[in-house]
Design a protein around this ligand. Structure first.
Ligand code: SAH
Ligand code: SF4
Ligand code: F3S
Length: 444
């Protein structure tokens, strides 16, 4: 193992926050075994690509990247190239055969085996491990914070997903849903606070179904939120993602009760049409969704609500599309991530339905959705003009070293002239101007 000490690794991450959090777990596992993290693709012995399969486009990006890695390997034949994450899990050995480039393939539940797998590669053999686990949560691993601003960090609280939304590859790429030991979550939050971090985001595909018990105590998601919120009033708390079917009044009340639980909920709706929601296997109706929004707005004044929307799912008609636009207006989303439906192999939709909305129609509907969301986001920003928000300073603004960048509880980005405070501190900022993506203000 002493040989590892001279071996450097570089991780490149694609996909969602959970993947970024996983890369920090991988970095921790490898560093503990003597490997050295490198922050340069040219000064490394091992390149690990942590991949995403959510849409075809995500996989295309990885394939393009692998072409580039081929040229690196030509120059440096000793370079080890490994594929991690969801695409590794989904495609198993296929890419190893196709690309004739990869030395290692490891799925999301195999990261503890990476040191051994790398040793296998070192001794001249290809290494593959894509076995999914029913109980791996990496609870005891203390992630190495990569690309950290020293202020905000992710804490993974559960893995996998069993909702089987008909379009979605995640249950196949990430396996069974399992929750992480609550005590280890609290320990990680406390340790981050002591290190100076002031914001943690609890991560899972459906955090509302978090459940953990150790025989004598049971911890549900609202209970976990309370426990983390009680770590310190100066530690801000966010979470993602909430499945609308499981967002309970209890969770909404806990968010309202703790000033340090951020007033921002990401609640992916996917579609505004009941026919499409049913076909997507989302298990709620537009009426139930809008009722949840009403509860959030009445119990948590000033709460921001963001969403995800998929357009052009199988059998989506103009009327279904109109209902999505209509729901967006009714919900008055502050922000939305919008996607064209992309058929994923092995999903229920791929097996049973026809991807029958043409590329042109998907494109046009997406444009209409984006245009409407720009209006809604702009209206949301304009409502903030003249308001004062408590902002957590994250660092210097990218545009100017005379300005700070931070976020308010609603997760909106604010830029304002520097003060004596430092990143990681809170201050009140009054909004003077708004652009499409940023609030521009001054400390008050
Ligand atoms: N667990 C989260 C979402 C995770 S994936 C939830 O249930 O809300 C993030 C987003 O990608 C989804 O909300 C969905 O909008 C989008 N997405 C997932 N599969 C997709 C597909 N096949 N085509 C297009 N978008 C997809
Ligand atoms: Fe995918 Fe649905 Fe699970 Fe979210 S809840 S990860 S959309 S299957
Ligand atoms: Fe992508 Fe896997 Fe996340 S498919 S969105 S990296 S869970």
């Amino acid at each position: 193992m002493t040989e590892n000490k001279t071996r450097k690794f570089y991780i490149e991450t694609y996909g969602c926050q959970m993947n970024f959090s996983d890369s920090e777990i991988v970095a921790s596992i490898l560093t503990a075994e003597g490997f050295q993290p490198s922050n340069s693709l040219v000064d490394t012995d091992i390149v690990l690509l942590n991949t995403c399969s959510i849409r075809e486009h995500a996989e295309d990006r990885v394939r393009k990247r692998l072409h580039y890695f081929r040229s690196l390997k030509k120059k440096n034949p000793g370079l080890t190239i490994g594929l991690l994450g969801c695409m590794a899990e989904r495609t198993k050995t296929a890419l190893m055969e196709e690309e004739q480039l990869l030395d290692l393939i490891a799925g999301p539940d195999s990261y503890r085996h990476l040191p051994g797998l790398l040793e296998q590669v070192h001794s001249g053999k290809k290494a593959i491990d894509t076995i999914l686990s029913a109980d791996e949560t990496y609870a005891d691993i203390n992630p190495v914070r990569l690309d950290s601003n020293g202020v905000s960090a992710f804490i993974s609280i559960m893995r996998g997903c069993e909702n089987f939304c008909s379009y979605c590859v995640v249950p196949y790429a990430r396996g069974q849903e399992r929750s992480r030991d609550a005590e280890s979550v609290i320990r990680e939050a406390k340790s981050l606070f002591i290190q100076g971090f002031r914001e943690v985001t609890l991560l899972g595909q459906n955090v509302n179904s978090y459940h953990w018990s150790n025989g004598n105590s049971e911890v549900s998601f609202p209970k976990l939120l309370e426990l983390v919120a009680q770590v310190n009033p100066l530690l801000r708390l966010r979470f993602a993602t909430s499945h609308p079917k499981d967002l309970s009044l209890e969770v909404i009340r806990v968010i309202a009760a703790y000033p340090n639980i951020c007033k921002a909920i990401h609640l992916p709706v996917q579609s505004g049409s009941n026919k499409i929601l049913d076909k997507m296997n989302r298990k709620y109706t537009r009426e139930e969704y809008l009722e949840k929004i009403r509860s959030v707005r009445s119990l948590i004044p000033g709460c921001a609500i963001s969403t995800d929307i998929i357009t052009g799912f199988c059998d989506e008609t103009e009327e279904d599309h109109r209902q999505t636009l209509d729901l967006m207006k009714a919900a008055a989303f502050d922000y939305a991530f919008t996607f064209k439906y992309s058929e994923r192999p092995k999903t229920i939709a791929a097996e049973k339905f026809t991807d029958n909305v043409t590329a042109e129609v998907k494109e046009r509907r997406l444009r209409e959705i984006i245009t409407l969301q720009q209006e809604l986001s702009s209206a949301s920003n304009h409502r903030d003009l003249g308001e004062t928000f408590e902002v957590l300073i994250e660092g210097e603004s990218k545009r100017s070293d005379k300005q700070y960048f931070g976020r308010n509880s609603q997760n909106k980005a604010l830029v304002f002239p520097k003060t004596n405070q430092k990143p990681g501190e809170y201050l009140n900022v009054k909004v003077k101007r708004v652009t499409s993506a940023t609030l521009i203000g001054e400390a008050v």
